[in-house]
Write a protein that binds this ligand. Structure first.
Ligand SMILES: *Cc1c(COP(=O)(O)O)cnc(C)c1O
Length: 418
């Protein structure tokens, strides 16, 4: 199915053996497949081809410039959540009018930059944010386009850390409160109401919560209509899940079909903000075994990638499939795959049945294209790993491994220090 396959017993991305990339860039490294990425984009876009819509890739999932540029070339926009992401998106060639800006903590500087750039809309997450955006737009002599992010209070049945549309989450404004905020926004001089928005969580494996959210939004849209409040965009957020191990999420076609049916003939342009479903299975992390360590009770496979490179297992207990780069035909053993970081949460896999790995083996950590490199940090003063993009027979190092100098850039020791 995907572009990561064994050929003559060695794991490849497209036509390129991962071993060859490891020789060139060292380990660990992220590896993305361009054909897979393009296929995922088409899988999402094809069912929507006759629908007035704009897909805005949620770039917190993967903000590599080469990936963003691919999105731009395929006509996608971006969902940004910071000034840094806005800067990157524009730099990668995504036009401002295809950018939506979400997030509960937009600063004045970030708001000003987005207004000046001329983005499609701000997704408003609180009453105060609405007031600040109105004031800043006034200062800049512009009208700020907004939608209100509605928290529809539906349970997405996902990990609590990535569920965002329940009453107790910090995101959005509840349905009743949203009515009041729209009425308020209508009176504001420098605000233009252009849409309504919701995003209920990530890694959803069932369409029902999406449909429940749409139903609740439709009631709200009808009630707003009675007050004469109308708009152009219905933003349905992202959140469609992928298969990490044995999850069976709806495919993009079934998701889109179900959503379109639930939305019905509203006459609004639909905005989608998928992240994980586009990039998650288009990327892997490749790491090398440093040591085997056998204790009385356990076997540890110690690798050169840590939680600073891929934090999802430590953060969410997330599962990533572990695949040997050279096909093993020996037996298996139960082992933990752990990194070099000084934390017990620094693991990539726990209690897995794995081939008997030895020092020097290469391992592919699957499904690492989303929330992988973007969540990488310099913890333990470890340089962030490089990102490699493979296009069939060729590979490109699209972001370099950080150097030790990079780690200290911008730091000074005051010379009057004592
Ligand atoms: C994270 C996020 C997304 C993308 O979520 P995925 O699960 O990666 O599709 C979309 N919209 C908003 C507002 C987000 O915060």
């Amino acid at each position: 199915m995907h572009d990561f396959q064994y050929k003559q017993g060695t794991f490849h991305c497209g036509e390129v053996p991962l071993e060859e990339i490891a020789k060139e860039v060292g380990t660990p490294f992220y590896c993305y497949s361009l054909p897979t990425l393009e296929r995922h984009i088409r899988a999402f876009e094809d069912p929507l081809q006759d629908v007035d819509h704009q897909t805005c890739f949620a770039m917190k999932a993967n903000s590599c410039l080469a990936i963003l540029n691919t999105m731009a070339r395929q006509g996608l926009g971006a969902d940004v959540v910071s000034g840094g992401e806005l800067y990157r998106a524009l730099h990668a060639g995504i036009p401002a009018h295809k950018i939506v800006y979400s997030g509960v903590g937009k600063t004045t500087d970030e708001i000003d930059r987005a207004i000046r750039a001329g983005i499609m809309m701000f997704n408003i997450e609180s009453e105060q944010e609405l007031e600040v955006i109105n004031a800043r737009a006034g200062q800049l002599g512009k009208k700020a386009p907004i939608s209100i992010r509605v928290n529809p209070d539906v349970d997405p049945h996902t990990h609590p850390y990535i569920s965002t549309g329940m009453r107790d989450n910090k995101f959005g404004i509840d349905i009743e409160g949203s009515m009041a905020q729209y009425v308020k926004a209508r009176e504001m001089e420098n605000i233009e109401i252009v849409g309504i928005d919701c995003h209920i969580g990530s890694q959803l494996t069932d369409v029902t919560p999406f449909i429940d959210a749409v139903e609740r939004l439709k009631v709200l849209i009808a009630n707003l209509g009675k007050l004469g409040i109308e708009f152009r965009y219905l933003d349905l957020g992202g959140g469609l899940g992928i298969t990490y191990s044995n999850e069976e999420p709806p495919n993009p076609k079934d998701y889109c079909t179900a959503i379109l049916e639930a939305v019905g003939p509203l006459g609004l342009k639909l905005i989608f903000e998928p992240g994980r479903v586009i990039v998650g299975n288009a990327g892997i992390l490749v790491t090398r075994v440093l040591y085997r360590k056998e204790t009385k009770t356990k076997t540890f496979i110690i690798v050169d990638a840590g939680m600073n490179d891929l934090i999802r297992p430590a953060l969410y207990g997330a599962y990533h499939e572990i695949t040997p780069v050279e096909e093993h035909n020996g037996g298996t053993e139960k082992a933990d795959v752990v990194g070099p970081i000084c934390e017990s949460s620094d693991f990539l896999a726990k209690e897995r049945d794995l081939p008997r790995f030895v020092r020097g083996d290469l391992i592919a950590v699957m499904s690492a294209g989303a929330y992988g490199h973007t969540m990488a940090s310099n913890y333990n003063s470890r340089p962030k790993p490089p990102e490699v993009l493979v296009d069939r027979t060729r590979f490109y190092v699209v972001s370099k491994r950080q150097s030790y100098e990079d780690l200290m850039s911008g730091e000074i020791v005051p010379d009057t220090i004592r």
